[in-house]
Design a protein around this ligand. Structure first.
Ligand SMILES: [Zn+2]
Ligand SMILES: [Zn+2]
Length: 101
């Protein structure tokens, strides 16, 4: 009698484990695209590439596509951010060079 009970318990455990295994089977997420990762932070704000990225697409400009293939960001459309573009006007606060000699 005891052995029968243990057998039943074993079966119950096994079946519950099997159910748990099938119900909690991890679902693999959709495979990520194999394209090289592009540094999207380099996209120019409001630029062609950034707009497409927001829509979950890729910029279709030939120059951008070519750059993306290399895992880069098109520098033509997304020029590196320049801090305060230098103007030709000379700095007024610059100390005049001493003309002593
Ligand atoms: Zn672009
Ligand atoms: Zn481009």
């Amino acid at each position: 009698m005891k052995t029968l009970f243990r057998l039943l318990a074993l079966v119950a455990v096994c079946s519950s484990l099997a159910i748990a295994a099938t119900t909690t089977a991890p679902k693999k997420p959709a495979a990520a695209p194999a394209a090289p990762a592009v540094d999207t932070t380099k996209f120019k704000t409001g630029g062609c590439c950034e707009k497409n990225e927001k829509d979950g697409k890729h910029c279709t400009h030939p120059c951008c596509v070519k750059a993306a293939k290399d895992g880069k960001v098109c520098e033509k459309c997304n020029p590196p951010a320049k801090e305060a573009p230098a103007k030709d006007a000379p700095a007024k606060d610059a100390p005049a060079a001493p003309a002593t000699k």
